[in-house]
Write a protein that binds this ligand. Structure first.
Ligand SMILES: NC(=O)c1ccc[n+]([C@@H]2O[C@H](COP(=O)([O-])OP(=O)(O)OC[C@H]3O[C@@H](n4cnc5c(N)ncnc54)[C@H](OP(=O)(O)O)[C@@H]3O)[C@@H](O)[C@H]2O)c1
Length: 157
């Protein structure tokens, strides 16, 4: 299963200056609990933003040209197709953890979305989700996190 997981502002902002435009410990905890034990796929910009391998997850980093120092738990792949091929051999789920370019490239292959709604409008953000990113999906569950965050689970009908 390929699952997109994203935290998104009221105006669809997800990033600013190469980072998250907010700090919500409850969402970071939720992200950790949800993704641990699985593979996470991220674009090279998101990799640079996180700055280290996420522990207890296979970290798959995507770039067509960049090189990375070999390190445990990190795999550099060159294409979406390479990720989909690898997915056949993985036991757990694949979580797409961003950013916008990576979500966009995988849009046709995403089975589920887990979306944290952040109760803010980030006017000066520089990375946004497209407003129609969850078109064709339906909400299957909703939960609340501390800090006024709402998590919505989306699945294809
Ligand atoms: N709110 C959230 O939940 C959330 C989650 C993640 C990230 N973010 C934020 O989003 C921003 C980064 O997003 P972004 O869109 O700029 O970058 P990104 O998706 O992290 O990285 C984009 C780069 O990844 C590589 N890539 C992506 N898809 C690929 C594919 N199919 N094949 C090969 N390479 C591929 C390319 O690298 P090359 O150009 O080297 O080929 C591309 O330029 C940051 O501000 C970050 O904090 C927010």
């Amino acid at each position: 299963m390929i699952i997109g997981i994203v935290a998104i502002a009221r105006n669809y902002a997800i990033g600013k200056d190469g980072k998250l435009p907010w700090h919500y410990p409850a969402d970071l905890k939720f992200f950790k609990q949800t993704t641990t034990g699985n593979a996470v796929v991220m674009g090279i910009n998101t990799w640079a933003s996180i700055g280290r391998p996420l522990p207890n997850r296979l970290n798959i980093v995507l770039s067509r040209t960049a090189e990375l120092e070999p390190q445990p738990g990190v795999l550099l792949l060159r294409s979406k197709e390479a990720v989909l091929e690898l997915a056949k051999y993985l036991k757990g789920d694949i979580f797409l953890i961003g950013g916008a370019k990576t979500y966009e490239n995988f849009a046709d292959s995403i089975d589920k979305w887990i979306v944290t709604e952040v109760p803010e409008t980030v006017e000066d953000a520089d990375v946004f989700m497209p407003r129609d990113f969850a078109d064709g999906f339906e909400i299957t569950d909703t939960t609340e996190l501390e800090g006024g965050l709402i998590v919505k689970y989306f699945q294809k009908p």
